[in-house]
Write a protein that binds this ligand. Structure first.
Ligand code: FES
Length: 437
């Protein structure tokens, strides 16, 4: 892993007590990957190494204990001086986890609930073992008492500050609506910010327009805020506090129940998944994740292969344009080899440079594999709000009416309804929505 530029505002964070230099405010997982710490987590049962695969709170490869709180997605934690990150779910060390033997002893898998159950003497011993292999993390250092959620009403609530959410918020603010935007990321912009960070130009005008309404106070923005569910007319929001020195993360979570006159759902799309052997080995990431790292001026590996699958998004192309030494291969991998880090990827009938491999296969040595597969629309909130869904190869797609209408006062826009991730298409959808609202 390499930084393309030294941190401009460096801070020191700690991984298992060891100092790591980071850029202030960048996601902790990015800083750790930049420092060569790719295998950050372990799978719960077989303790296989896991690494960040998405950098957008959608996998379990970056889970760690942060300032005494277990199971924190470190891709959603901004770096600050003194941030304390600890590997969890290991016996031994991050790199040598003794519970890894569970995988070697049970190559065909095991049901830990029934492990030697009923065998006098041994049952008790193996219950302890089963508990160790099946859990993730230890309880927090301190107990935080529950707090009542705050209720409030707003004019327009836009969920998602990516291209579609920015477009909808900008268009509705121009019509005099009072707009509030929430997003669970550390920065607004979503896919637009990622792509602008890798291949500047195409999304600049929509980002400039959104920055303008923010600067003029026409739109209120809440980052690190997750829309956790839609319940009738209510939206449940969970908001992280700003992490100040010594501030406990879990003490900072605020919960709100918000009712909006107009609710706009713009959650975008999930990274497309592809089933192949070894797709969970550290170093196998989505192409969007590779671009996210690159936007933070971090390259994911020295020998990067990009698997471009029919219907995939713009991320593989963008990464390859910015890093021409990356090898682009058309088609899905057959397998990825490696344990704590990918060592090679094998394709069947693939194009591109390759070496070795069995008959009909091409095995390509690499230290990172980016998967650029069709994104799966993030349909969940729209479905909770009552939207009809249709099932396509890429996943469930929200079926909405004119302007993205799901029902009275509720709209969906962008990739969630199948709109292409293209500036012109998103801008038109935003205009249509504003006209319909
Ligand atoms: S959840 Fe953090 S990298 Fe996927």
């Amino acid at each position: 892993m390499t930084r393309l530029a030294a941190p401009r505002d460096p801070v020191t964070i700690h991984l298992d007590g060891d100092p790591v230099v980071a850029e202030r405010g960048e996601p902790a997982a990015v800083a750790l990957v930049a420092a060569g710490q790719l295998a950050l987590a372990r799978s719960p049962k077989f303790h296989r190494p896991r690494g960040p695969a998405c950098f957008r709170a959608a996998c379990d490869g970056c889970l760690a204990r942060v300032d005494g709180v277990p199971n924190v997605m470190t891709c959603r934690i901004p770096c600050r001086e003194g941030l304390r990150i600890e590997t969890q779910n290991v016996v031994g060390s991050k790199d040598t986890d003794l519970l890894r033997v569970a995988d070697w002893f049970f190559p065909e898998g095991m049901n830990h609930h029934e492990l030697l159950a009923g065998v006098p003497g041994l049952q008790r011993v193996f219950q302890g073992f089963a508990r160790r292999v099946a859990g993730i993390g230890r309880l927090p250092d301190a107990v935080v008492p529950p707090r009542a959620a705050r209720r409030r009403e707003v004019d327009v609530l836009v969920v998602g500050a990516g291209p579609a959410g920015m477009g909808a918020a900008t268009a509705l603010a121009a019509r005099g609506r009072e707009v509030e935007v929430v997003d669970d990321d550390l920065a607004w912009g979503g896919a637009a910010r990622v792509l602008e960070g890798v291949a500047p130009g195409r999304w600049r005008s929509s980002m400039t327009a959104f920055a303008g309404v923010l600067a003029r106070g026409r739109v209120r923005l809440s980052l690190r805020t997750t829309a956790a569910g839609v319940y009738g007319d209510d939206v449940l929001l969970a908001r992280e506090a700003d992490d100040g020195p010594g501030e406990r993360r879990d003490a900072g979570v605020r919960v709100e129940v918000v009712r909006a006159r107009t609710l706009v759902l713009a959650p975008g799309a999930h990274d497309g998944g592809v089933a192949f052997e070894g797709n969970d080995v550290p170093g196998v990431l989505s192409a969007r994740a590779g671009c996210r790292l690159l936007a933070h001026r971090v390259v994911v590996g020295a020998r990067v292969v990009i698997a471009c699958i029919d219907g995939g998004g713009p991320y593989g192309r963008a990464y390859a344009a910015a890093q021409p030494e990356a090898l682009v291969v058309r088609g899905a991998p057959r397998r990825a080899s490696g344990s704590s880090r990918i060592k090679a990827v094998t394709f069947a009938g693939a194009e591109g440079g390759a070496s070795g491999g069995a008959s009909g296969e091409r095995r390509i040595p690499c230290d990172a594999l980016l998967i650029d597969a069709p994104g799966a629309p993030a349909y969940e909130l729209s479905s909770q709000a009552g939207a009809q869904l249709s099932h396509e190869v890429r996943g469930f797609v929200v079926r909405a009416g004119r302007g993205g209408r799901i029902r009275e006062g509720v709209f969906a826009i962008g990739e969630a309804v199948g709109t292409a991730l293209e500036p012109e298409a998103i801008a038109k959808a935003a205009r249509d929505l504003a006209a319909e609202v």
